[in-house]
Structures are given as C-alpha cells and as structure tokens.
Design a protein around this ligand. Structure first.
Ligand SMILES: NC(=O)c1ccc[n+]([C@@H]2O[C@H](COP(=O)([O-])OP(=O)(O)OC[C@H]3O[C@@H](n4cnc5c(N)ncnc54)[C@H](O)[C@@H]3O)[C@@H](O)[C@H]2O)c1
Length: 343
C-alpha cells in the first residue's frame, strides 16, 4: 500500500517538475518574442489604427493639451466629447472642432466630484453613445512648498489629477470590456517618474497616475481583454501656461515643449497602441538612471540641471489668465483662425 502511495507521490512530483520546466521554457520564448516585437516596432513604424467614428471623451478639453487633442481627433473623423469645468473655454474648443467640420458634444463637468462624473457620464451614454476612447487629461498644480500649500489645494490636486481617473474609468471601462474594444489614455507627467521641488502634491498625484495606469494595464492584459488598450503619456514642461514662469538651468538645451508637437507625439502613441510615451526622450533617460544611481548622486545631477530651482519663478495660470497672451503660445482667436484655415 505504502509503496503504491510512494510511487504516486513520486509521479506527481516528476509531473510538477516537468510542468515547471515547460513554464520556464514558455516564459523564455514569450520574453524573446516580445523583445523581438519591441525591436521591430522601434525600427519600423507600427500600424496606425483608425479612430473614424470612435467616441473620444477628453477631460480638461478647454485649454492646452486637451484642446489640441480634441482638434487632432476631430481631424481624424472621431466624435469628440469635451469635458471641462470651464464652460466658456470648453465652448471655444467646441467652436474650433466645428470649424474643422468635426462632430462634438460639450459638457460642463468637474471631474473631481464623483457624483458629477457619474451623472454627466450617464448623460453622455444616452446622448452620444458608449465612449470608446477616454482621455484623462484634466490637471491642476499648486506650486508651493509642502508647508505652504493650503489643505484644500492638496485635496484638489489629488481629486483632479488622480481620483478623477478612478471615477471616469469606472464609468466607461465596462462597455469597453464588454465589446473588447477601447482605449484609456492617462496624461501623467515626467514629474510622475522623477520628482521636482515644490511639487509634492503634484508629483505624488502624477506618480499615482503612473501606478494607476500600470495596474489597469495588468488587469486588462491578465483578464484577457486584448482589445482594450492603455497609454500613459509623460511629457515634461509643455508651453501651455500651466507651469508659466518655470525654468530649468539650461533652457536652450531643454526648452518648454511646444503644444502641437507634444500632442502629435501623444496622438502617435495612442494610434499605435503604445503603452507609454515620454517626451522629450531625455525623460526616459532620467527615469532610467534613477533606478540604479545612489540617491545622493541623482540629487546632485538633478540639482546641476536646475531641478531644485525650476519652480522658483512659478507663476502658473494667474486668475483667469487663460486669455492672457503670456500664458498661452496662441490666443483663442489665433487657434480658431488656424483651425478654420487648416479645415
Ligand atoms: N503643461 C505642462 O507643462 C504639463 C507637463 C506634463 C504633464 N501635464 C499634464 O497635462 C495635462 C494637461 O495640462 P495642460 O498644460 O494642458 O493644462 P491646462 O491648465 O492648460 O488645461 C487644463 C484644463 O483642465 C481643466 N480642468 C481643471 N480642473 C478641472 C476639473 N476639476 N474638472 C474638469 N476640468 C478641469 C481646466 O479648466 C483646463 O481647461 C494635465 O494633466 C497636466 O498635469 C502638463
């Protein structure tokens, strides 16, 4: 009796070992396959997907990156749904989209308020249809030392930059999973990979966006939802006015990014289902060296580059200065005119 048991236990043991060896071999081949595909993608442009007829919802579409994304998506014949807390600014984006012959629906929505997000999301589903591309772009910055930030500004930063992603994604992801078709795009930041002085709340919220997107991607991949994609965009300083006044030590080497170029790079990432895009490429470099350099060494390098003084001359969006020419590379009228011309 006991010798039969021993033989069965031994057979189980051998089967387990063989299965484990198979798993290791399988892992090796899949890793090699993914590496080969990544190298091919690096040298040859991957296939660009069509977004014609897709319903693209953009939060914070009233200004900057969000507005330009709306324009670019409408040029590609997508229906754009514009969400912003600022009704007037959002309606200008709507006019720009319509001037291009685009199809758009504008809604006032404060994405930091969970109940409002749910209410407006239901309205969108009824009036427009199921959202197939969600772009979590709305963001705010307070730009003060930790001890100087009023409590309510800290809460606002987390509510808008991070918690809003939970509320919007939970509203629109179920229909994407059901159809196994969709894309969640989160606009993070280089400050969500490498910290910057006087941005404790902003960096913490953007590091959160990085983690949120990474885990959402795992849930989709491990859940077998291969038709639903995620993209995390991590731009450095973009010339939208959000970080007005901020300067690195060598501005000619690392000037603020131009909105149009940044948005074109983000668009390319979305249209090729790229999971993460950093712009400029130096963002990848700093994020990489940070993983192995001693903390003190990294601090000295960042200090040399002017990271410690980047926020010293921060002005940001002054009260209602979305209209000020200083805070924007283009005025609303200029943008509208250029949209009409290119349309
Ligand atoms: N500008 C940069 O240098 C930079 C760099 C890296 C990442 N980012 C990120 O890119 C995104 C867009 O930045 P931007 O520079 O275009 O900003 P922006 O300030 O030009 O525009 C942000 C838009 O979000 C809207 N908004 C703010 N709070 C909102 C709320 N509670 N609900 C709905 N809408 C709200 C504003 O009204 C505005 O229209 C943000 O998430 C930002 O953190 C910006």
């Amino acid at each position: 009796m006991s010798s039969i048991m021993d033989r069965e236990t031994f057979a189980d043991f051998i089967t387990m070992k063989i299965n484990f060896v198979w798993e290791i071999l399988f892992l090796f081949f899949t890793v090699m396959k993914e590496w080969t595909l990544a190298i091919i993608r690096f040298f040859f442009s991957p296939r660009i997907k069509s977004v014609k007829g897709e319903i693209v919802l953009i939060t914070g579409s009233g200004h900057g990156i969000g507005r330009q994304l709306a324009v670019e998506f409408s040029k590609l014949s997508a229906t754009v749904v514009l969400w912003d807390i600022d009704e007037e600014a959002n309606s200008i984006t709507g006019e720009m989209v319509k001037a291009l012959g685009g199809n758009c629906y504008s809604y006032v929505c404060d994405v930091s308020v969970k109940e409002e997000v749910k209410k407006v999301a239901e309205k969108v589903c009824k009036e427009v249809g199921d959202v197939t591309v969600l772009i979590n772009n709305a963001g705010v910055v307070s730009g003060k030392n930790l001890l100087d930030i009023p409590d309510e500004l800290i809460e606002r930063t987390f509510n808008v930059n991070l918690l809003a992603l939970f509320w919007t994604t939970r509203c629109f992801l179920p229909s994407m999973i059901k159809k196994n078709h969709g894309h969640i795009v989160n606009i993070g930041s280089s400050a969500g990979l490498t910290g910057l002085n006087k941005l404790t709340d902003y960096c913490a919220s953007k590091f959160g966006v990085t983690g949120f997107t990474e885990v959402l991607n795992y849930e989709l991949v491990f859940g077998g939802h291969d038709g639903v994609h995620t993209t995390l965009a991590c731009p450095a300083h973009v010339n939208t006015g959000m970080f007005e006044g901020c300067k690195l030590r060598f501005p000619s080497l690392m000037p603020p990014l131009e909105i149009n170029r940044t948005v074109r790079r983000i668009m390319l990432a979305i249209l090729t289902n790229q999971q993460m895009v950093c712009t400029p490429r130096s963002v990848y470099f700093f994020a990489f060296i940070k993983t192995f350099l001693p903390v003190d060494v990294m601090q000295q390098i960042l200090k040399f580059c002017g990271v410690s003084t980047f926020m010293d001359s921060f002005v940001g969006h002054l009260e209602n200065n979305f209209q000020s020419s200083e805070s924007k590379p283009y005025s609303n009228a200029e943008l509208l005119n250029s949209a009409k011309k290119s349309g």
